[in-house]
Design a protein around this ligand. Structure first.
Ligand SMILES: C[S@@+](CC[C@H](N)C(=O)[O-])C[C@H]1O[C@@H](n2cnc3c(N)ncnc32)[C@H](O)[C@@H]1O
Length: 211
């Protein structure tokens, strides 16, 4: 296992791994034990952030950061991000997904789960201390508006949106929707990267933004 180009992330030449104190597999991923530490395989078909890394993502500010994660689900990507970050504020609207997320947060000390609609920033802002990064993976028609609202409210250095084009409009071409989204985001922020991650995640783009 070697260090990868991404701070805090390791590689065996084929896959990425995060290094963890926790040995339990979170979503069925392979875990390799070495010298009392655990390497968790970061599956690009299960995590859009891993997919982005496999497709040569350049921006990677996650090590040691405070992260506001919108659309945490059961914690697949959150688990890897928590191996890297200082703290992850994990917002999820589904009470069913939240059950698993809470049990993950009980095992890991730096995940703060929040059961809330990501649109209702005013309801959860009180729990979130100045995030460095907003990472959003919310499959909603108004996902771009949700992202802009949170970016404007918290003003972090970085924003990552995993854009699911089909949820915005399944009849239009994904590329068209991506372009329209980028235009909207550019009204307020600087777009630094756009990656087509459909090789691993159908009809998805990863867009990286700076305040
Ligand atoms: C594609 S899944 C996220 C997968 C997760 N990011 C991962 O990689 O492990 C999208 C999640 O967004 C949640 N979601 C949808 N609308 C939301 C909203 N308005 N606020 C918060 N979460 C929302 C869904 O319940 C679902 O769990």
């Amino acid at each position: 296992m070697k260090r990868s180009r991404y701070p805090g992330v390791f590689t065996d030449g084929r896959h990425f791994y995060t290094l963890s104190n926790y040995g339990k597999s979170v979503y069925g991923e392979k875990v390799i034990k070495k010298k009392g530490k655990y390497y968790h395989l970061w599956n690009p078909r299960r995590s859009k952030l891993s997919a982005s890394m496999h497709l040569k993502l350049k921006s990677f500010p996650f090590a040691g950061a405070k992260i506001l994660y919108l659309g945490a689900s059961t914690g697949t990507t959150v688990s890897h991000v928590s191996d890297l970050a200082e703290i992850v504020y994990a917002v999820e609207v589904s009470p069913i997904s939240m059950q698993k997320l809470v049990s993950l947060a009980e095992q890991r000390k730096n995940i703060f789960p929040i059961l809330e609609d990501a649109r209702k920033v005013e309801n959860f802002a009180i729990f979130v201390e100045e995030p460095d990064i907003i990472y959003q993976d919310v499959s909603q028609r108004d996902q771009v508006e949700i992202f802009i609202k949170n970016m404007s409210y918290f003003n972090p250095n970085w924003g990552f949106i995993m854009l699911k084009t089909r949820t915005i409009d399944m009849r239009r071409k994904p590329r068209e929707i991506m372009k329209e989204t980028v235009k909207k985001i550019k009204e307020n922020f600087t777009v630094v990267e756009i990656l087509d991650i459909s090789r691993f995640q159908k009809d998805h783009y990863a867009i990286v933004v700076r305040a």
